[in-house]
Write a protein that binds this ligand. Sequence first.
Ligand code: NCD
Length: 646
Amino acid sequence: MKKVSWRNLISIADLTNDEIEQIFELADSADQLKSGRAAGGRIMATLFYEPSTRTRLSFESAMQRLGGTVISCSDMKASSTVKGETVADTAKVVSSYADVLVVRHYWDGAVQAMAEHADVPVINAGDGGHEHPTQTLCDLYTLKKEKGGLKGLTVVMCGDLKNGRTIHSLVFALARFEANIVTLAANGMELPQYVLERLEREYGYSLAPVASGDLSAVVTETDALYLTPKQPHQLALFTEVDSAIQNRLSSMVSGLRYDAFYMTRKQKERMKDGTTGGSYPTIGAGFLREERFKNTVVMHPLPRVDELSPEVDKDRRGIYFKQAAYGVPIRMALLKFLFDQRASGIVAAKKSRSRYESPERLGPQCANPNCVTLTEPSSARKRFDLLFTGVGGALILRCVYCDHRFKVQLVGHVKSKRYCAYDAALADTIKAWLKKNELAIFNSIKEAEELAYEPYKSGPQRTVMDEIEIQSAVQEMSRQIVRDCNDLDRLLILGIRTKGSLLAQRIGAELERQQKRKPEVGEIEIYGSGEELRRIPPGDPEASPINLKDRTIILVDDVIYTGRTVKSALTIIFRSGRPQSVRLAVLVDRGHREVPVKPNYVGKSIPSSERERVRVKLREAEYDEKDKVVIYSLISPVEGLEGKPR
Ligand code: NCD
């Protein structure tokens, strides 16, 4: 990797809060910057692979006002891209013609890939559905000008939160400046899991449902969520009887003062055909008449389509044209900031991270199909950050380019050519392997075997539940579910993939046997790239998503230990609709909990320690075998390695 001696702006995370404030100060004195000709003699190249009006023109205007000049390809379809030139090559070449590159691309992570090949600073003007940090600078500056500061503000993010890159950069920034965030997503366009995960991991934000009546002027069928830096609430399961929790949540948000609505258009260009339907929140005359929104400003990164009525234009609260106008002073300030940093040789502070790149020919790949590592592998090496404290003590891979996250299933040791399923107790061993570049990560056993890896043997196994016991546990839990949930039509049995999903299907079948009626069964995927919630059996792909509103959900998993998996499942559930209640059924409760969740239905309690491993083996998953639950101790995979289980 080449040694970079300048600053890029790819993600809003590349700037500290102090630096953002510094840029705002520079923007305040844009007139002085103009007369100082801060970019005199410098050239900016704009490379826009996607349409743009504001971002491109305000960048070009900013550069010219700073006394610099601009070169540009009027249309990237008229560039060598159509001849098959990679983004890496384009970046390399153009950086020898210019002093700074401003790039917009339709692939997630493409601008990061280009920055790795460019010899000058690169600025991200929007990469796929990932980030748009300079829009965020304009948004924060606008908010600060209007409201006097950022800390403690409550901003409602509306519309397509899934594909809107401006949204993603902005929520991270708002979290950093300690603002409250309320999300009001169009159906099926909620904030992606990787964004929520980062909000929680890096900023300690967690989310709770908001009483939807509170935002009724803009909400139709959508539920709102409240993301807050203050921790008190929920994410313990709520059942009908836990109305206390519900009330606490309602009172928490009913006192909120809404400072701003940030509206966005539906990003149709990033959607598959057939997924663009459904209701969408709108802001219009009704909103303006609401007393409680009298001091709520309305923002929009523009262009708008029909989600924001022109009636708001004339109102003092509609500030989106001002927000667009700030694009010039903010981008002047940013360019000046980056040129100054380069001149004084300041480089970005190194973040202490565990970087991973497979030492083997085969290795993990990003599961986001729009990630540059998949769309143009020759421009981006498959690199990840390893995050060690994920769901259930899981090991998470974070794609360096697009930020999507995936759970590691199988790990191997390069020297001894052995592999095993990842387990939290192996964390120290894995870190030691990583340091020596001896860590292999596999997507499948087939992949490991193709590279001639053999499985590790673990300690002796003891069966703690046999087939008959498992069957009667499923029957008993099903009986209790029937007893507690009198309205079977509302019932939704939702299993956590993979084992929980298999158990959910068994409970579903058992309920059908007992009640002569088939309940709806679905599964939930916590780390994956595709749909998070789906029906079982997966029917018609055109069918509407599973409806969670007012349902009685039985969340099913095989084993509960730390409770983090359940917490993540709850996050997805709350984000996707407002059930009446959620109850938890687990086959095995291992005791110990990091997160305050208590299962409502337990097959068997098997208190066990961190160095033990409980595995539920179900015949559907491991053909040939009978159902059983086994317990065994973990032994360090490689003798003499420091990473003994704690
Ligand atoms: C946004 C973008 O391109 O992401 N526009 C902008 O830069 N102001 C928003 C959008 O296209 O919806």
